[in-house]
Design a protein around this ligand. Structure first.
Ligand SMILES: [Mn+2]
Length: 304
């Protein structure tokens, strides 16, 4: 049997974030050994390099509610094309971030491929934040707070129109897991939508196993391809200190791994984002190393 190919695609952007340095995340993940960890699981790994993203130094902010919109839109279109191409070639794309604005292009590419193949897309968005702001509600103007709203068709048309159709995913096919910092405008949008949302207190009470199984119960009946978008700030900052917007009370080591293990067992996951690894804020690359372990669990690493 030919081994499954994994395509790594770096998105070295800090344009969507409020703090600098997360553009070095793809390097940190490679240095932490992401290719070797996946090869050890029997995969063939092909590294597609990085999408070219122009730095903050060579451009200026024109719109305070959508900071660096033109470059994020341009780079997101390139990312979408690369993700869709990887899927067309039968590979499993992993987007290495980079701030979570990468989710705009990544989801656009996955959704375009699903559309070509008559597949229904489901998204598991694991994050401390909802990433559901719009230009109207954003407190910061940082686009990394908007990608999940964009995926569901809310926000700047420059972003929602990538790949030529919107929305990229139906709200009832979205699960938001691990949230504990939600802005007022996001809360209003969430309340209007039939998405699944699991704030940390619900995970505390029910356990991560029950939560992820509930998501999969719905998705097994309603979607054919699951995309996982993993923001490292979903994990407790004691484990993943190298993130721009840490929030206490996050997923524990075992909760994060168990979530990945259950998703892996489902056999439904076909694409992944790893977002917000910021080496500038990290401690000896611990966050990138943790991220590599998480990716290995999602790709089927077993204890026995
Ligand atoms: Mn995020």
């Amino acid at each position: 049997m030919t081994p499954r190919t994994i395509r790594l695609i770096g998105f070295p952007s800090d344009l969507g974030a409020g703090r600098r340095g997360v553009d070095m995340g793809p390097s940190a993940l490679r240095i932490a050994g992401i290719s070797g960890a996946l090869e050890a699981l029997g995969y063939r790994v092909s590294d597609g390099g990085d999408v070219a993203v122009r730095g903050q130094e060579v451009q200026r902010i024109r719109n305070q509610r959508l900071k660096y919109l033109p470059e994020i839109a341009r780079a997101s279109r390139l990312l979408a094309a690369q993700v869709a191409q990887a899927l067309r070639e039968g590979a499993f794309p992993i987007v290495l971030g980079g701030d979570h604005s990468l989710g705009i292009g990544s989801v656009a590419g996955v959704s375009a491929w699903c559309r070509e193949h008559g597949k229904r897309l489901g998204i598991v968005w694991i994050d401390a934040h909802a990433d559901m702001n719009t230009p109207e509600t954003t407190p910061s103007g940082n686009i990394h707070g908007m990608p999940l709203a964009v995926a569901m068709g809310f926000g700047s048309e420059r972003l929602t129109s990538i790949e030529g159709f919107s929305p990229k995913v139906a709200p009832e096919h979205v699960a938001l897991v691990g949230v504990r910092s939600v802005d007022p405008g996001e809360r209003e949008l969430i309340a209007r939508l039939p998405m699944l949302v699991y704030p940390m207190p619900e995970i505390d009470k029910r356990g991560i196993h029950s939560v992820i199984e509930e998501v999969l119960d719905r998705f097994r009946r309603t979607v054919d391809h699951v995309h996982v978008s993993f923001d490292l700030d979903s994990v407790d900052p004691s484990l993943a200190p190298g993130v721009g917007t840490p929030v206490s009370g996050g997923l524990t080591f075992r909760e994060a791994h168990l979530a990945m293990e259950i998703l892996a067992e489902s056999g439904m996951v076909g694409s992944l984002d790893v977002a917000e690894v910021n080496p500038i804020l990290d401690v000896r690359n611990a966050t990138a190393q943790f991220a590599v372990e998480i990716v290995a669990s999602l790709l089927g690493k077993r204890i026995l």
